[in-house]
Design a protein around this ligand. Structure first.
Ligand code: PEP
Length: 258
């Protein structure tokens, strides 16, 4: 088994601010049937907060796992409008998306804040899916690696070596998100290798080789195969295509370890 074989692929669906309770239930009921019995891939759905409970009820005792799209870095208290990591655990979440580019861009989340959230997520045993990636201007100005370096290195002071292997990184070039214009798998692979090297220089190669690093940005059933064939790409964070049970299940099936 190669190094990649030690890492179970992850296919995570980010529903963003879509699907009311009835729609969420119907999507996940369909999905449950489509992915029944599939092994060798961790399938995660991340509905909006208002649908977490109903989705959890439907997926309990299936091979689908629950995640949320954001959380606060405190566990309780006077923080009006925020959601606690413990509340997410309570409703059945195992995963948490952190630092999605939409949160960094529209809500001005900083890398330091993403790091604080990561530390708390790990301490309550939520698996963080931490998003990093450059925008078009940064890419065109040759700044991709320096942007990624800043976003990854900001995490280091907050990730204890004993937890490091548990984190998941999603490399999502911002220009590829929701545009239908995915990165080439070769380009994504170069950056993902670079991310793994950054972790290796801090935590050592043994830990870095266990960290799952996903690609995200206009993934669909047609292009998932190219990404998953790359030795360093361990799955995908999927936006638009996760809102349809059939397409999301096709992506999950294509990603499983044979
Ligand atoms: C995302 O928002 O994380 C994403 C990858 O979206 P899409 O698949 O729609 O590009």
């Amino acid at each position: 088994m190669g190094v990649k074989g030690m890492r179970i692929p992850v296919i995570a669906g980010n529903w963003k601010m879509n699907k009311n309770i009835v729609e969420s239930a119907s999507l996940v009921k369909e999905l449950k049937d489509f992915v029944r019995g599939i092994k060798g891939v961790d399938i995660v759905v991340c509905p909006p907060f208002s649908s977490l409970w109903v989705v959890k009820e439907i997926i309990s005792e299936t091979n689908i796992h629950l995640g949320a799209q954001n959380m606060y870095w405190e566990t309780k208290g006077a923080f009006t409008g925020e959601i606690s990591p413990l509340m997410l655990k309570d409703v059945g979440c195992e995963y948490i998306i952190l630092g999605h580019s939409e949160r960094r861009q529209y809500f001005k989340e900083t890398s330091k804040e993403v790091a604080r959230k990561t530390e708390v997520a790990l301490s309550v045993n939520l698996t963080p899916i931490i998003c990093v990636g450059e925008n078009l201007e940064e890419r065109e100005n040759g700044k991709t690696e320096s942007v990624i370096e800043e976003e990854i290195k900001a995490l280091f002071p907050k990730i204890d070596p004993t937890f490091a292997a548990r984190i998941i990184i999603a490399y999502e070039p911002i220009w590829a998100i929701g545009t239908g214009k995915s990165s080439s798998s070769e380009d994504a692979s170069v950056i993902i290798k670079y991310i793994r090297e950054l972790f290796s220089s801090k935590y050592g190669s043994k830990i870095a080789e266990r960290i799952r690093i996903l690609y995200g940005g206009s993934v669909n059933p047609k292009n998932i195969g190219e990404f998953i064939n790359e030795s360093d790409i361990d799955g995908a964070l999927v936006g638009g295509a996760s809102l349809n049970a059939l397409t999301f299940s096709q992506i999950a099936k294509a990603a499983k370890i044979l």
